[in-house]
Design a protein around this ligand. Sequence first.
Ligand code: PFF
Length: 446
Amino acid sequence: MKIARFSRMGFILAAAGSAVGLGNIWKFPYIAGENGGGAFVLIYLITVLAIGFSVMIAEMLIGYMGRLDSVGSFEKLAPQNKGTWKFAGFIGFTGILILTFYSVVIGWIFHYISVALVALPSSVEEAEQSFTQLLQADIGTQLFYHTLAFLSITLVVVKGIKSGIEKMNYILMPTLIIMLIGMFLYAMSLDAFSQALEFMFVPDWSKINSESLVVAVGHAFFTLSLGMASILTYSASLPKTVNLTKTSLIIVGLDTGIAIIAGLMLFTFLFQYGAEPSKGPGLVFISLPAVFYEMGSIGTLLAVIFFVGLAFAGLTSAVSLLEPMVQYLIDRYKYSRLKASFLAGNFFYIIGIFALLSNTQAYSELLTFGSRNLFDWIDFITASVLLPLGGLLISIFIGYVVPKEQVRAALHSSMTDMGFAIWYFFLRYIIPPALIIVMFNLLNVF
Ligand code: PFF
């Protein structure tokens, strides 16, 4: 049973902290770069507005009405079919899978804070070499920082919703936003800013294929933290007086705004110094450090701010990935928070070690299956398959399973009749078919 509740502001910061993460600053710019920029950004923005926003309200509603962990909330809201629908609650497990690689990447970021403080690489070649060395050969450093990430994430969750998660977001989120705005203003003063604007907003449709579509939709879910019960679990601790539509809009707005600001800033820095925008996952770890070096002493300062900000963004999301499973273990099995956090935490920590090893030269052969290694498989399956599937279940559940009057009553002070009619129509007739079509596209990708 839950006792501690978020304050309204605490909830907004925690949900925005969950949404704004490595997805916005690390992943979005590099997948936009790989998929040709503008056209991809447009598909992503349309998905965020047409699908993400509506699913966000629906997912919030399940927690808000259910007031329990994800499995318990699904059961409670479908009393006639609880045996079946409780399985939808297991979408909370996706978070643990995401955390396996998410924690490894937070580890890389910790390492790069020390790189920024000690000595930045002096050229792209050198930067590429040291990132490759870290990933493929330096198991010790990666393990050390993955362990540090695991401990930081788990210990915050041990402290609970109020004095762990809410408090952390109260400190880290405003700091992150100030850091990003400061760096963005600096980027705006550089010549290459207009080039970055063009890259992000002028669509080149020739670069789009069925894989880009799947990636864009998957990313919309990933970046908004939808489809895996993070938002649901947080909403179970939401004060009853909150306007869900307005709150969702703020979270979606903050998340999208920050992704665009981060993308524009990064591409400005890259273009200013003639670096490449399509470096893949290494974008912020290869091209960017070399660019910071070129900038001289202001570059060192920017590098430290950038990597510290990125670590903050990652940590506030990571706690929201762990919380659903922890809340489930507490509600269902009456575990203490300490025991539940370490049980769920150890799970991602250990699989994370295998994900980490799958990038290394020594173990990559052993841990590569078909076209991808373990690390890439977990990333791909969670973002492109499990999160859209979670979104589909949530839409069907609120659109078809929970009685309409009950849904309307819960949204009584959050939506006008007209707003409700449009939202409900989307949830029933637009989102499920759209997600099914996207998932069919997956067949071309495998
Ligand atoms: N939204 C986070 C990001 O963009 O990095 C990642 C994430 C957190 C995904 C929580 C899913 C989730 F439930």
